[in-house]
Design a protein around this ligand. Structure first.
Ligand code: G3P
Length: 221
């Protein structure tokens, strides 16, 4: 399973990229609104930090024509832009339109909450499909279970869209969607940080350093 960073914060993206574990970035209008940089500069900055990895940026229009226009403007900012299109009839029209002709634009269909929505997004031509598992859990359903079902159905049907487990809230979500077969998990920076630590790791380092200090404190490596 690949990791994307779910963030529009340049510092977070730079730090996570330096760990060598991030293959792309996903953003949304809420994440973009937390940042201060002018929109185009911010998008260019993010695109330059991920070594050509896909950067999902979302449209704001709610009807297909507007989505397509915004998508083409976004795609012109950098070659690694993937346009995030909200699920729905208008969104499907836009994804289908953007996948035709010469200037194809790769799309990530977002706000997906059922296998049927995912099936439609795949047939319309989505490169990526984003089930929001935390928000599914929020209403008392099973977000990881949804990803599991989606992965199974896509395998049975031979569909090629990549499933991005999104709206990840804690480290347990991450290993559960990996076990469920998600192709990608897009994780907030705070969750990525939590994934890297364990109290026994910290305790182990402290003990190694203390033991070294007992007899070799004058030496360094
Ligand atoms: O990738 C989708 C994500 O940004 C939404 O997360 O926590 O707002 O449901 P959340």
């Amino acid at each position: 399973m690949e990791f994307f960073l779910d963030s529009a914060n340049l510092k977070e993206i730079e730090e996570a990229s330096s760990w060598g574990v991030i293959g792309g970035v996903t953003t949304n209008p809420s994440l973009m609104s937390k940042e201060k940089e002018p929109f185009n500069e911010l998008v260019k900055g993010i695109c330059s930090l991920v070594e050509g990895g896909p950067v999902s940026v979302e449209v704001l229009s709610t009807e297909a024509g507007g989505m397509v226009e915004e998508a083409r403007r976004l795609a012109a900012i950098a070659p690694n832009i993937v346009v995030k299109i909200p699920m729905g009839g208008e969104g499907l029209k836009a994804v289908y339109e953007l996948g035709r002709g010469e200037d194809k634009v790769r799309c990530n269909v977002t706000l997906v909450f059922s296998v049927n929505q995912a099936l439609l997004a795949a047939r319309a031509g989505a490169a990526y499909i984003s089930p929001f598992i935390g928000r599914v859990d929020d209403i008392g359903w099973d977000g990881v279970g949804l990803v599991e079902e989606m992965v199974d159905v896509f395998e049975v049907q031979g569909l090629e869209s990549r499933i991005i487990a999104a709206s990840i809230r804690h480290p347990r979500h991450v290993h559960e969607v990996a076990a469920a077969g998600a192709h990608i998990a897009t994780v907030p920076f705070s969750v990525l940080q939590q994934m890297a630590v364990h109290p026994l790791t910290d305790r182990g380092i402290e003990k190694f350093l203390a033991d070294w200090g007992k007899s070799r404190s004058s030496e360094s490596i």
